[in-house]
Design a protein around this ligand. Structure first.
Ligand code: CS2
Ligand code: MG
Length: 413
């Protein structure tokens, strides 16, 4: 089975997505997600200019060889643009192979290890009443685990906090990269104060535990903003509230920061949404400095790259917590769900939930029942791309916000 065509599809149904569609000589097509939020066209051009010409005529079944050919063959290894491009090719080829086999992808990955993947949603509020409403709305929608993000007194906007009480399916307006409609937009600027955050968050979790009891798994995303010693303190202050995990406590590239945090707290730690290779994790895995790996299939070399990472993590008893915000397209989401169902060391799956516009373009077969996701049992990934619907949503330049401290200096967002 030879590859005859590969096209990059760029659309913006609610937010920007880059999708690769690969076609074979027997008429099968496969999809891969190549979306890199705020830097979308870099991956699109990498694919279109450099990878698509290499794919034409290749054996569509030779997935591992194609992965190595694109990874080692480039000489320039790793990096978010390269790995998202490879991920898109890899995922599309797995989609094709599973369609050719007439099976859902998870069957080719070893079959189901569980009946569904426990998902966590995004609860948030500018203050406690709003947060409680948001938690209740998510529980009513079936969620059995929740990420909790809160406004901080004195700060106008805070990452992860929706500007109107967020029910699942509402727009989570902190997350899409901002679209101004301007041909040359600039990132919006937010002001950040870590000390105010460190003072406030333990009070939030105390209030949530008092209101909702000890059972509900609660997660929190630090979004890379703390120093190691600040993160160690937050982890310790949150211990009484029994978090499922504290995510991205410190900037991702500093692996040894996690060692310092680990020495001071038993709050479980998760990191990795900005990583793109198993090599970004080696210290963290070998020294057992984290409990969950957070990469996305879309950013970590596809199904092949993610399987390698999860198998490596499994050696150390470290579990998955795959990245599933709305900037991972439904194609990337479906790929994650097939892995979630198959691997033994599954932990939890992020499920932020896409907008109605996004779901008009990406026709999915995954389901969310009683708090768990299932990829569906049709052949392949179970996602189709609707070109006609996509035509109504042209690409619109957009940037993620930038953080500054009160003195004007740039801080991690
Ligand atoms: C977030 C991400 O889901 C999460 O945990 O940290 O949504 C992140 O902000 C975005 O992927 C950035 O594009
Ligand atoms: Mg995160």
């Amino acid at each position: 089975m030879r590859i005859t065509a590969a096209e990059t599809l760029v659309s913006s149904p609610g937010r920007n997505f880059v999708t690769l569609r690969v076609t074979t000589d027997d008429g099968l097509t496969g999809l891969g997600d190549a979306t890199l939020n705020g830097r979308e066209l870099a991956v699109e051009s990498y694919l279109r200019e450099h990878l698509v010409p290499l794919l034409i005529g290749r054996d569509a079944h030779a997935i591992e060889d194609t992965w190595q050919y694109l990874y080692r063959g480039a000489y320039w290894r790793r990096g978010p643009v390269t790995m998202a491009a490879i991920a898109a090719v890899d995922t599309a080829l797995w989609d094709i192979k599973a369609k050719a086999a007439g099976m859902p992808l998870y069957q080719l990955l070893g079959g189901a290890s569980r009946t569904g993947a426990l998902a966590y949603g995004h609860a948030s509020g500018r203050d406690l009443p709003e947060l409680f409403d948001s938690i209740r709305a998510h529980l009513d929608a079936g969620y059995r685990a929740l990420r909790v993000q809160s406004g901080i007194p004195g700060l106008d906007t805070v990452y992860g906090v929706a500007s109107s009480p967020a029910a699942p399916g509402d727009r989570y307006d902190y997350e899409p990269a901002r679209r101004t409609g301007d041909a040359h937009p600039r990132p919006t600027v937010e002001v950040w104060d870590t000390r105010a955050y460190l003072r406030h968050m333990p009070r939030v979790f105390e209030a949530v535990r008092n209101e909702f009891g000890p059972e509900l798994p609660l997660l929190h995303d630090g979004h890379h903003r703390m120093t190691p010693v600040q993160a160690a303190r937050l982890g310790r202050d949150l211990e009484p509230y029994d978090l499922f995990w504290l995510e991205d406590a410190t900037p991702g590239e500093d692996q040894s920061a996690l060692r310092l945090i680990r020495e001071h707290t038993v709050t479980p730690l998760a990191i990795g949404e900005v990583f793109n290779s198993v090599h970004d994790y080696t210290t963290l895995l070998h020294e057992r400095l984290i409990d969950y790996v957070r990469s996305a299939v879309t950013h970590a070399g596809g199904v092949t790259g993610m399987r390698r990472l999860l198998d490596h993590a499994a050696v150390y008893g470290i579990r998955s917590g795959l990245h599933g915000p709305t900037d991972i397209s439904p194609v990337g989401m479906a790929a994650a769900l097939h892995l979630d169902l198959a691997v033994h060391n599954f932990g939890i799956q992020e499920y932020m939930r896409h907008s109605t516009e996004t779901m008009e373009v990406f026709r999915t077969s995954y389901t969310f029942t009683k708090g768990a996701l299932h990829p569906g049992d049709g052949p392949g990934l179970g996602v189709e791309y609707d070109d006609e619907a996509a035509a109504a949503f042209p690409y619109t330049p957009a940037y993620l916000p930038v953080n500054r401290l009160a003195d004007g200096s740039v801080h991690d967002w």
